[in-house]
Design a protein around this ligand. Structure first.
Ligand code: NDP
Ligand code: HSE
Length: 436
């Protein structure tokens, strides 16, 4: 059988890795797919730039529309990024009846509902394994491997750059800006790295995971997002003293009132496997009612780990080229007319435990005032750590609380911050035990 012809949009980190993996493993890939998979065309901004891959034999252009509309190309691989031009190109590819593979989580999280509806009408596939957790086949695992389960919750370290920064800060006391620059040099970071450190990239990925786990439409705008830029070295140390690690976690949980969808720094007990996932590695913990907790681990970013997922999608699409469109695996795991309308909960209705760091005047009665306010709103305390002031500075009080609604915690924090003896804003980090 003739090889499948692929048009590649983007020859950067992931595009270059994809060319390399497809070439290096061509023979095994053909044995798996049932036929060869060959990149015939590729688009980039600069066709003379030095690349991490050898583009011999590939027709190069600076105009991605030329690739998308080429009648010989059967599958388009979108690796340009962003959700402007990429959306136009993906929709154009679908209109031309081409299947699409993408690593673009921003595109899927924000425009996936529109893209999948159009793909369904045109009978083509849009595959996006590389969009979540780099090389970990988490989409396939949740969408297909866990299809028997009612997923109760999932929690993931799903941004490699952020995890790399937190790990380097903890292990080597490295400076935030230096580690971010290193992540950029290694090709881990997004074109706009604030997407990594402010949690936007993780929110894109969590939005996708929640949809395939719970069978709900993609709702990126409803995802609560808090970054890691306010985490200090002291917070990391205090958390460790109490037996916890701080991770930038995406958490999606089904409750009887709706779905929690949130990305924020989180204290996790250090004995949990996921608390020990370091550097650029990602991990996703999924709790299904039948299987119990399952954990998926691997490289979350980088050229070849991400290419691994892109090429797996290419093999999948190649295998299903002849399958009746009605009988393919649905884009969002559930049949498109069977999505649920479960609402995404506002943060005030989310229940979690907390780490609080409070700067307080070192005088009698302050701790009593703080604990009285917490008690008045029904918050019970799990642990207290008081750090003596250095010189004439304030004392630092660290509190761990039991689980409470975020709305109640907002009330308590406002009342504590209003005390004369308290200075500055209280640092609040949510805490999850992630017990099975
Ligand atoms: P890069 O910036 O390394 O590559 C982007 C590529 O797109 C470049 O080759 C660039 O061309 C090309 N490009 C940009 N604009 C145009 C345009 N207008 N016309 C033609 N070509 C264009 O990005 P990455 O490879 O890192 O990321 C690609 C996608 O993969 C993104 O959606 C990203 O979120 C996702 N992703 C990235 C991961 C990673 O580890 N890097 C991991 C998982 C997903 P030129 O080279 O000439 O400038
Ligand atoms: N910038 C992303 C990260 C790339 O660091 O996780 C992988 O999606």
């Amino acid at each position: 059988m003739d090889p499948v012809k692929v048009g590649l949009l983007g020859l950067g980190t992931v595009g270059g890795g994809t060319v390399n993996v497809l070439k290096r493993n061509a023979e095994e890939i053909a044995r798996r797919a049932g036929r060869g998979v060959v990149i015939t065309h590729a688009a980039s901004r600069d066709i003379n730039k030095q690349r991490i891959c050898d583009t011999t034999g590939i027709t190069l252009t600076t105009d991605p529309q030329v690739v998308v509309s080429d009648p010989g190309v059967q599958i388009i691989v979108e690796l340009i990024g962003g959700d402007g031009l990429a959306r136009e190109l993906v929709l154009a590819a679908i209109e031309h009846g081409k299947h699409v593979v993408t690593a673009n989580k921003a595109l899927i999280a924000k425009h996936g509902n529109e893209i999948f509806a159009r793909a369904q009408e045109k009978g083509v596939m849009v595959a996006f394994e590389a969009a979540v957790a780099g090389g970990i086949p988490i989409i396939k695992a949740v969408r297909e491997g866990l299809a028997a389960n009612r997923v109760e919750w999932l929690a993931g370290i799903i941004n490699g750059t952020g995890n790399f920064i937190l790990t380097e800060m903890r292990d080597n006391g490295s400076d935030f800006a230096d580690v971010l620059a290193e992540a950029q040099r290694l090709g881990y970071a997004e074109a706009d790295p604030t997407f990594d450190v402010e949690g936007i990239d993780a929110a894109h990925k969590l939005t996708i995971l929640a949809s395939i786990a719970f069978g709900i439409p993609l709702q990126f705008e409803a995802c609560f997002t808090e970054g890691i830029t306010r985490i200090t070295r002291e917070d990391v140390n205090y958390a460790e003293e109490l037996g916890y690690r701080i991770k930038h976690l995406g958490m999606a949980r089904r409750t009887n009132k709706g779905v929690e969808l949130r990305v924020h720094p989180t204290l996790i007990p250090e004995r949990r496997l996921i608390a020990n996932v370091d550097g650029v590695m990602n991990a996703v913990l999924v709790k299904g009612d039948a299987v119990g907790p399952t954990l998926y681990y691997g490289a979350g970013a980088g050229a070849e780990p991400t290419a691994s997922a892109v090429v797996a999608d290419l093999v999948d699409v190649t295998r299903t080229l002849t399958v009746d469109p009605e009988n393919r695996v649905p884009h969002l795991a559930f049949q498109p007319d069977a999505l649920s309308e479960l609402p995404i909960l506002p943060m005030a209705a989310v229940e979690t435990a907390y780490y609080l760091r409070i700067q307080a005047a070192d005088k009698p009665g302050v701790l009593a005032d703080v604990t009285r306010i917490l008690g008045d709103v029904g918050i019970s305390i799990e642990a207290i750590l008081q750090k003596e002031p250095v010189g004439d500075s304030d004392a630092t009080i660290i509190l761990l609380t039991h689980r409470v609604l975020e709305g109640q915690m907002d009330q308590a924090i406002a009342a504590i911050e209003a005390l004369d003896s308290i200075s500055g804003e209280i640092m609040r980090i949510r805490l999850e035990t992630l017990s099975a």
